[in-house]
Design a protein around this ligand. Structure first.
Ligand code: ADQ
Length: 474
């Protein structure tokens, strides 16, 4: 076994993907650059300060890359074969766990080979982490692709402090119990000293399952696994780089882009905006149908209103996502051809990814932002809108089933399955008098500014040290 040294990383993040992308520079050299994202932005300073390491997959199958230094921390690539990408990632992670954890809004597929691959890949992540972590280091494991890592890692390295955060919802026991490997997943998570969820109901669902499916004593939020180890479950609602987004939206570049965008849309009085990854959990079908009906019924007017819907390409190798893309194309096409006129259509639909500046420009021009997922761990778009939209009276129509609805409870909340209710609320959000909109807006701004991504990371990591040293949380 390798001798550990002072310079071994003392803070490690383990996530399915690395926070870097490869590109080729002008001289033809292959280089790495940080891929934008809230988590990376929040954790990078800490990684640099503590001599950190990030362990993850580079995003390309069958490629072995040695660990390297990037921006002051160590990047440790974990290799995945093409078959593992199909079985562990597209299969078990995205076609079993993803739908199951999102209320089974699509049917989860259960395949034993996928599970075997999931276990194998989790083992590889745990072994890699165990190899590089310094003595007594803190390890933060991220998300549903790696739920077995905490227990596997604890077995290999009992000296480590291990945290886990789940970015998606944790389902109620009635759903979770379908999973043939439910016991293994619960045991996997219990390897962490602290298991973080987006909402209190996620933490409660997990604790209820532990009580039902294991014999471990549970003391409020704390599960006593053995005399040397206990695991605490608690909610830590994730957030965004609020200041960063706000400053970006106030920049001259974004202001100019927003004006140009408005012009391209025909300078309408009202712009409804939706921005989502193209995913069946995001409630796109229901939202587009609701807005389409409002145009058909004349409650939204083609003369002064446009609905801009952006869908980011996502998981294009998974069949369900290809089908969804075709369905949305068809639906938008039908509404535009039936309600639109030559040169003027109610829905401006874009299937593409945009830079942050364009996202901020869209948030600026949105008189009403539509965030109506059928189920969502948090939903950062909702918070980004509140951080970016200028003025004092933006309007957010938000699904009750997004984690964000707990903090943003002064949004115009909707049940996305109730099309009539959603239609009424959209019209209300558009037409409510200024004082009502402003009151709601102020309340939401307060919430967003009071919990930034830095607060989230700090709170989780502080609590992680606390549960490790004191055994629990007050
Ligand atoms: P996602 O399901 O990806 O995240 P979300 O929280 O909305 O959902 O984050 C999407 C991010 O992608 C946002 O930062 C948004 O700005 C960006 N984005 C969306 N469309 C884009 C486009 N066309 N071009 C460029 N960027 C685009 C998962 C969980 C969520 C949880 C987050 C974080 O499903 O519930 O909030 O992780 O924990």
């Amino acid at each position: 076994m390798k001798q550990r040294t002072q310079s071994d990383p003392s803070f490690l993040v383990v996530a399915n993907r690395l926070p870097v992308d490869r590109f080729t520079d002008e001289s033809g050299n292959s280089c790495w650059r940080t891929s934008p994202g809230g988590l990376v932005t929040a954790l990078e300073p800490l990684m640099r300060h503590k001599g950190g390491a990030w362990i993850g997959w580079i995003g390309v199958p069958d490629e072995s890359v040695d660990m390297f230094q990037h921006d002051g921390y160590t990047v440790v690539p974990v290799e995945l074969s093409e078959q593992e990408v199909e079985e562990y990632y597209e299969g078990f992670s995205n076609d079993t766990l993803w739908p199951l954890y999102h209320d089974s809004v699509a049917f989860p597929s259960y395949h034993r080979e996928w599970w075997d691959s999931y276990r194998r890949v989790n083992e590889r992540f745990a072994e890699t982490t165990a190899r590089v972590a310094g003595e007594g280091a803190t390890v933060w494991v991220q998300d549903y692709q790696l739920q077995l890592v905490p227990a596997m890692l604890r077995k290999l390295r009992p000296d480590l402090t291990i945290g886990f955060f789940l970015h998606i919802p944790f389902p109620p026991e009635e759903l979770f119990e379908q999973l043939p490997w439910r016991r293994e997943i619960i045991e996997g998570l219990l390897g962490a000293d602290l298991v973080g969820f987006q909402t209190p109901s996620g933490a409660l669902n997990f604790l209820r399952l532990v009580r039902r499916r294991t014999d471990y004593p549970v003391d409020r939020r704390r599960v006593i696994v053995d005399e040397n180890h206990s695991s605490t479950a608690r909610a830590y609602p994730i957030s965004i780089d609020v200041e960063g987004f706000h400053a970006l939206a106030e920049s001259d570049e974004v202001k100019a882009e927003a004006e140009k965008l408005l012009e391209e849309l025909g300078n309408p009085k009202n712009v409804l905006v939706g921005v989502d990854r193209l995913d069946y959990t995001k409630g796109l079908r229901q939202r587009i149908r609701a807005v389409g009906e409002l145009f058909e019924e004349g409650k939204l007017n083609l003369e002064d209103t446009v609905f801009l819907q952006v869908a980011t390409p996502s998981r294009e190798d998974v069949e369900q996502y290809r089908v969804l893309r075709d369905e949305i194309d068809l639906l938008v096409g039908r509404i535009n051809s039936e309600v639109g006129e030559v040169g003027r259509t109610p829905i401006a639909y874009q299937y593409q990814s945009y830079p942050r500046t364009t996202m901020a420009a869209m948030y600026r021009i949105a008189s009403v932002m539509l965030v109506t997922p059928l189920r969502d761990g948090m939903n950062l778009v909702a918070k980004e809108y509140v951080a970016c939209h200028p003025g004092r009276a933006g309007a957010l129509v938000l699904s009750e089933f997004a984690g964000a609805a707990r903090e943003l409870n002064r949004a115009y909340l909707v049940n996305p399955y109730d099309l009539d209710g959603m239609k009424e609320t959209i019209v209300r959000a558009l037409n409510d008098p200024y004082p009502e909109r402003a009151k709601r807006w102020r309340a939401m701004q307060r919430k967003v500014w009071n919990n930034t991504i830095d607060d989230w990371a700090r709170k989780f990591l502080d609590d992680l040290q606390k549960v490790k040293s004191e055994g629990g949380l007050a």
